[in-house]
Design a protein around this ligand. Structure first.
Ligand code: ADP
Ligand code: MG
Length: 238
C-alpha cells in the first residue's frame, strides 16, 4: 500500500502563491519523478505531502484517507534529502536506527532491520564508522538506509544525488532503481537531471511556476510533449 492522491493543492507563503492547484494521482508501487526549474515548487510539494508544510487549501490522501490531521511521523512516509543530515557523533548503525529507537521499536527489531538495509545498500562493512569516515556516496546510502528501515509506504527523494560526482550519481541511481523493484514501494523523486527522469520514472510530472504542465510516461513526454516548455525540458525535438 502506498497510493497518493492530491486534489487542488495550493500553497502560499504570504501573498506568494507557490503551488497553484495541483491535482495528481500516484498509484501504489509507482516511481514518479517531479521535474521543473529551480523555484517552481517541487520541494514545497514534497513537504506538503510529508506534512512538513500545511497546504493552504486542497487535500492530500494516502491510501484513500485524508491526512491533513496526521502528523508527519505517522504518515508512513520517509524523505531523503540532498544534504544527508546525518549525526556526526553517531555510527552508521546508530544513524540508521535512530528514528526507530525514537519511535520505541524494540532493540532486536532495530538490529534486524538495520542489518538487512545495510546489506541491501552494501554498507555492512561500515556500520561502526562515523559519517566523517565515509565517502559522499556512502553517506547518501546511509541516508537512504535510514529511510528504508522505517519501512515507509511512500519514499520522497529531494534531489538525492545532486551532491555526488557523475560516476557516483549513475551508480546510486541504479541502486535506487533496484531498491524500488526490491521493496515494491511507491517512490516520488525530484530531480532536474533529464537522464535520471527518463531512466527511473514510470511517470514524469513536469512542474512550472507552481502548476503541472504535463504528466505522462517518459516516452509520452518525449514523443508527445504538450507544449514547448515540456519539449524544452525533456529534450525532445520541437
Ligand atoms: P524547487 O524545489 O522547485 O526549487 P521550492 O519548493 O523550494 O522550489 O520553492 C518554491 C518557491 O517557494 C520559491 O520561490 C521559494 O523561494 C519559495 N519558498 C519555499 N519555501 C519557503 C518558505 N518557507 N517561506 C517563503 N518562501 C518559500
Ligand atoms: Mg527544491
Amino acid at each position: 500500500m502506498g497510493s497518493l492522491k492530491l486534489t487542488s493543492i495550493t500553497k502560499a507563503f504570504g501573498n506568494h502563491e507557490v503551488l497553484k492547484g495541483i491535482d495528481l494521482v500516484v498509484e501504489d508501487g509507482e516511481f514518479v519523478i517531479f521535474v521543473g526549474p529551480s523555484g517552481c515548487g517541487k520541494s514545497t510539494l514534497l513537504r506538503v505531502i510529508a506534512g512538513l508544510e500545511d497546504a493552504t487549501s486542497g487535500s492530500v490522501q494516502i491510501d484513500g484517507a485524508e491526512v491533513a490531521s496526521v502528523p508527519p511521523a505517522k504518515r508512513g512516509i520517509a524523505m531523503v534529502f540532498q544534504s544527508y543530515a546525518l549525526y556526526p557523533h553517531l555510527t552508521v548503525k546508530d544513524n540508521m536506527g535512530l528514528g526507530l529507537k525514537q519511535a520505541g521499536t524494540p532493540k532486536d527489531e532495530i538490529e534486524t532491520r538495520v542489518t538487512e538495509a545495510s546489506r541491501m545498500l552494501s554498507l555492512a562493512p561500515y556500520l561502526a564508522r562515523r559519517p566523517a569516515e565515509l565517502s559522499g556516496g556512502q553517506r547518501q546510502r546511509v541516508a537512504i538506509g535510514r529511510a528504508i528501515v522505517r519501512e515507509p509506504k511512500l519514499f520522497l527523494f529531494d534531489e538525492p544525488l545532486s551532491n555526488l560526482d557523475a560516476a557516483l550519481r549513475v551508480q546510486t541511481r541504479l541502486e535506487i532503481a533496484r531498491l524500488h523493484r526490491q521493496l515494491k514501494a511507491t517512490m516520488i523523486y525530484v530531480t532536474h537531471d533529464q537522464v535520471e527522469a527518463m531512466t527511473l520514472a514510470d511517470k514524469i510530472v513536469v512542474l512550472n511556476a507552481g502548476a503541472i504542465e504535463q504528466v505522462g510516461s517518459p516516452m509520452d513526454l518525449y514523443n508527445k510533449p504538450a507544449n514547448t516548455f515540456v519539449a524544452g525540458f525533456i529534450g525532445s525535438p520541437q
